[in-house]
Design a protein around this ligand. Sequence first.
Ligand SMILES: *Cc1c(COP(=O)(O)O)cnc(C)c1O
Length: 468
Amino acid sequence: MKYISTRGNVEAKGFIDTVLMGLADDGGLMVPSEIPVVSAAELEEWRTLSYQELFLKIFSYYTNDEIPYEDLKEMAYTSYGNFRAPEVTPVRKLSDSLYVLELFHGPTFAFKDVALQFMGELYSYISRKQNKIIHILGATSGDTGAAAIQGVRGKEGIKICILHPHGKVSRVQELQMTTVDDSNVLNLSVHGNFDDCQKVIKDLFADLDFKSKYHLRAINSINFVRILAQTVYYFYAYLHVEGSAGKKINISVPSGNFGNIFSGYLAKKMGLPLGKLIIATNENNILERFVNTGEYKPGDFTSTYSPSMDIQVASNFERYLYYLTGEDSGKLSSYMAALQSEGKITIDGTDLEQVQTDFAALGVKNQQCLDTIGKYQNEFGYLLDPHTACGIAAYEAFNGEGEIGITFATAHPAKFDEAIALIDIKQEFPAQIAALFAMPQHQTVVEHDKEAVVRELKAFYGNEGSVR
Ligand SMILES: *Cc1c(COP(=O)(O)O)cnc(C)c1O
C-alpha cells in the first residue's frame, strides 16, 4: 500500500514514512492511494473476533508489505493490554434504539488513548528498527497531551515534550500529564493560551535544521495512523450491536478536529454498511454550518463545557474535501487556497447534496448539553461526560423511527467534573483519577517564546543527537 498527499505534490510513500512525516511536505494530508474494500462475507466472519483480532485484520490491509504480521500482533496486544475493559471498547445498550460505545477505558480516560497507545508502540518499534532516537513534540489543550505521554512514557529511544497552556487545562488533565515522572517526559507549562503553544510548535517544525537534527515527530490527529486506529472501533461497534443485520445503523460522534468522524467515513468507504454519520459539535459549530449551508468558515471562538471540541478549524476536514472532489488534488488545492485568501470555502449543487448524504450535524448549545446529562442520569442512571452528551443530543435529533443509533462516549465523566458539578450531580472518581490528586507534579513553566522553549529542549535532549 502506498500513501499520497491530498495536494498531490509528494512522492508516494510507504506506511512507516507516512507515519513519520505527519503533515505532508506539500502542506496536505496523507491518504492511502486506494482504499481497500472488505466484502460483506468477510465482514460477517469478523463478528466473533476480539478487538485485537479485528485490529489485525484491518491494519493488515494497510501495513502488510512493511510490518511483519507477528510484529504487528505484538504491538496490538501490548497497546490494548493497558485498557481497563477486556473488550477494549465495550458496547452498552441503553434502549432498543440507542447503544453507547465506551471509548474511555484507556489510561487517560478519553478516546485518544485508543490511537495513541498504539502510536506509542509503533514509534518505539520504528526507533528500534531504524536505530534512531525519536523526539516527539506537540501542543495540547488537554486530552491529546495526556494520552500521548501515557503512550510513550518509559519507552527507550523516545523522548516526548508536550506544551500546555499554564492553568488553562482541566485539573484532571493537568495532573494526568504532570504526575508522570519518567525521565523521557518533559511538560512545559506555557504562559499564554493554546494558540500560543501551537505557534511555538509550528515555528520549531518550520526550523528545518532543528527539526532534522533532533528527528522531531508530531502526534497531531492529522497523522494517518491515528485515523486508521480509530476505524477499528467503528467496525467493532457495528459488529457488536444485536440485530444490526438488515437494520440502519447510525453513528453519532462528538467532534472537533474531524479526526474521529473521518475514521467513520473511511470505515464506510471500506464497505461497512453504516447509515448516517452524525457530527455532534458544541457552540463552536463550523461543521454544522458547513453541512447545512455548504459554507466552511471559521467563526469566533467560544469556551464551552466540552473543551476538547472547542476548535474553529477542523484540521482533518481536508481529507474529506479531497474525497468530495473525487480525489482531485487540483480542485482541493484551490479550495484550500480560497480558505487562506478569502477565509472560507463554499460548495454547492450536487457536492452539497453529497455532503448531506454523507453527514448530518448538530451544534449543541451549552444548556442543552447540561440538560442531556441530567436527563440520562435520571432516566437510565447513566452519567454522560459533556462531550458524549453533545453526541447523545445529536443522536436524538437525527435517529429515525426503527433505526439504531450508536453514540460514541469519548470521555469518562470524571475527566470533566467541572461541568457535571454545575447540575449538582456528585460522582465518585475512579481510583486511578482520585490517586492523582496526592501525587507530586513535574513541569517547567516557560514564556511563550521559541527561544525559551529551545533552551529547555536542548537541555532535555542533551548531547545524544539522534542515534540510539
Ligand atoms: C479530542 C476529543 C474530541 C474531538 O475529536 P476529533 O477527532 O478532534 O473530532 C471529542 N471528545 C473528546 C473527549 C476529545 O478528547
